[in-house]
Design a protein around this ligand. Structure first.
Ligand SMILES: Nc1ncnc2c1ncn2[C@@H]1O[C@H](COP(=O)(O)OP(=O)(O)OP(=O)(O)O)[C@@H](O)[C@H]1O
Ligand SMILES: [Mg+2]
Length: 227
């Protein structure tokens, strides 16, 4: 499903030098697999997810999703893949401020051309699962941090993407709400055969994934891979 090879990424640091964040990292992920990525703050986890999801250009390497080499696609095709195949949960939720919770979740469905009623039903179902049925009319500024995060999770899962890239999706949530998010990801792996990559600082949740990788000094090491 997902093949990441020799991915490298560096930034120009404010002092003018180069800050190397990813050094030839690679891994493969099968459909239905749930992978946790852990690592210290600043180790490059968000950078890695963003380059995999074509939100940030990489310096080198390749990412193959569902047989397509993402870095070789035209910008239009990349945008299509991001809309249809990748569900991205940003660390800072990045909801559209002018749209209410329901509309934010409906948006990717409408972009791909779904019927409005169907999109509405799917969005309501997801928000209901995340205990946000009573907040669907709130714009992001009128949501709590954890509520906004849950709306972002619902938006990422709305189209039933084949790859979910979630950057600390439970960072602002209490344990039981974090469980709901975890359960939704698990369901996406099981029922929908999605591959899920979840960056997390929660070792408790990470240990319940199928596999755990640690990002350290620009390299990935395997912590465990359950048979
Ligand atoms: N646009 C940028 N320009 C320069 N440096 C950057 C840029 N974005 C990130 N960095 C640096 O790259 C490193 C990795 O950042 P990244 O956000 O990927 O870390 P992270 O592992 O997600 O951390 P956290 O757990 O705190 O979210 C950091 O040291 C950061 O300062
Ligand atoms: Mg981060």
């Amino acid at each position: 499903m997902l093949k990441v090879r020799n991915l490298s990424k560096s930034f120009v640091s404010p002092s003018g030098g180069r800050l190397v964040v990813l050094k030839d990292v690679g891994f493969t992920l099968a459909a239905g697999e749930f992978l946790a990525i852990v690592g210290e703050s600043g180790s490059g986890k968000s950078t890695m997810l963003q380059t995999i999801g074509t939100l940030e250009p990489a310096d080198g390497g390749s990412v193959e999703l569902d047989g397509e080499s993402l870095f070789e696609l035209s910008p239009t095709r990349q945008a299509w893949v991001r809309n249809r195949k990748i569900g991205f949960v940003y660390q800072a939720h990045h909801l559209i401020p002018e749209l209410d919770a329901l509309e934010n979740v409906m948006l990717p469905l409408l972009v791909r051309g779904d019927d409005r009623q169907l999109a509405r039903r799917r969005a309501e179902e997801l928000l209901g699962r995340l205990h946000l049925g009573h907040r669907t009319g709130h714009v992001p500024a009128r949501l709590s941090g954890g509520e906004a995060q849950r709306v972002a999770v619902a938006r990422a899962l709305a189209v039933k993407p084949c790859l979910v890239l979630a950057d600390e999706p439970t960072g602002n949530l209490d344990e039981s709400t974090a469980e709901e998010v975890f359960a939704l990801f698990r369901e996406a792996c099981g029922k929908e055969g999605a591959a899920v990559v979840m960056v997390t600082h929660s070792t408790r949740l990470a240990h319940r994934c199928d596999r755990m990788l640690r990002l350290q000094h620009g390299k990935l090491t395997e912590v465990f891979d359950k048979p």
